[in-house]
Design a protein around this ligand. Structure first.
Ligand SMILES: [Ca+2]
Length: 330
């Protein structure tokens, strides 16, 4: 059945806090509005429209259901999907290089993380993909395990002495023990891009604007849509969780963004163009990718695919979670 809707909106994209105008295509006797399944507290009315305030903690797609009866006594129920953008402008972050270390040019970096002070890396490309433990000072391989040729290695994270590694398009991931012996194979239903974790919740990206949450058995527990004030931020790649935020490489750009994990808003953005080593072919696939946070130094280590260098940097201007607020909420 195809029916002309009674309730309509002129557009679907709004910022959090905006007033969403809903018009009626015919006279309405009475109506009720649900915002994501809940009653809407404040509805403003004019002669031919109602206004719903786009109240939401989180960015992303929301649903408005308007049901009621027209003056010609016909019942109606219309659904409007609206996409809520962030209501804040991301702050420009800056960095300073503290030191630089060698990075293996054969490593097509897809994951980078410190665990108990030691550096681990996951590399991609079919037939060349590896899980690596790296000597930070020399860049040399301390331990490695290859992936079978059909797997293109992607994100890496380590939780409770288990190493998790994604693959790009096969929907298969690997969990290893700290000696690199295979502990378990798991599956998921998106592409595999970047990975990090908050406590024992694994956070993964798939090249869209979404972050997916998994438990340590890799069962999905939730997802988050990431937006700045202009729209969805696509191609979220390698990830690093720090104090309530996720820092992420955006594929095929020289940018790292800071995402508030509580609401999906991009709070910071940083141009890394100047850090790209001179010998890196910027027309190819050798893009910035790889962020690892070292809490003991409050420093980030960043590199790129096939880059000769791993940089230790200090980031300035990043948003900070109020630790007191965090504590009182828990
Ligand atoms: Ca990382």
């Amino acid at each position: 059945m195809h029916k002309i809707p009674v309730a309509v909106a002129a557009r679907s994209r709004f910022q959090i806090g905006d007033s969403i105008a809903i018009g009626f295509t015919q006279p309405v006797a009475q109506f009720n509005i649900k915002w994501n399944g809940a009653d809407v507290p404040g509805i403003e009315k004019t002669a031919d429209s109602v206004f719903v305030k786009a109240e939401s903690e989180k960015t992303g797609w929301k649903q408005i259901i308007i049901s009621g009866t027209t003056k010609s006594k016909e019942a109606f129920a219309d659904t409007l999907s609206v996409e809520l953008l962030s209501d804040i402008v991301p702050k420009e972050m800056t960095y300073s290089v503290l030191s630089s270390y060698p990075h293996q040019k054969t490593s097509f970096t897809e994951g980078l993380e410190f665990y108990k002070g030691e550096l681990y890396e996951s590399t991609g490309e079919n037939g060349k993909s590896l899980l690596l433990k790296i000597d930070l000072k020399t860049g040399a391989t301390l331990k490695s395990v290859p992936l079978a040729d059909q797997y293109f290695g992607e994100g890496l994270t380590i939780v409770n002495d288990k190493i998790y590694q994604l693959t790009w398009t096969t929907g298969v991931g690997f969990r290893y023990n700290m000696d690199f012996s295979l502990d378990k194979t798991f599956t998921y239903y998106t592409q595999g891009w970047g990975m990090t974790h908050r406590d024992s919740t694994i956070v993964a990206s798939d090249g869209s604007n979404k972050l997916y949450f998994y438990n340590t058995e890799f069962q999905k527990t939730g997802e988050l849509e990431v937006y700045d004030n202009k729209g969805p931020v696509l191609k979220i790649n390698e990830l690093e969780y720090v104090n309530g935020y996720v820092f992420a490489n955006i594929w095929e750009t020289d940018r790292i963004i800071q995402i508030d994990l509580a609401n999906g808003k991009v709070v910071g953005t940083m141009d890394m163009k100047k850090i790209i080593p001179a010998e890196v072919d910027q027309t190819g696939s050798s893009v910035l990718n790889g962020i690892a946070y070292q809490p003991l130094e409050n420093a980030f280590y960043i590199t790129g695919k096939n880059w000769p260098t791993l940089f230790k940097i200090k980031i300035s201007g990043a948003a900070q979670r109020d630790q007191k607020t965090l504590a009182s909420k828990n």
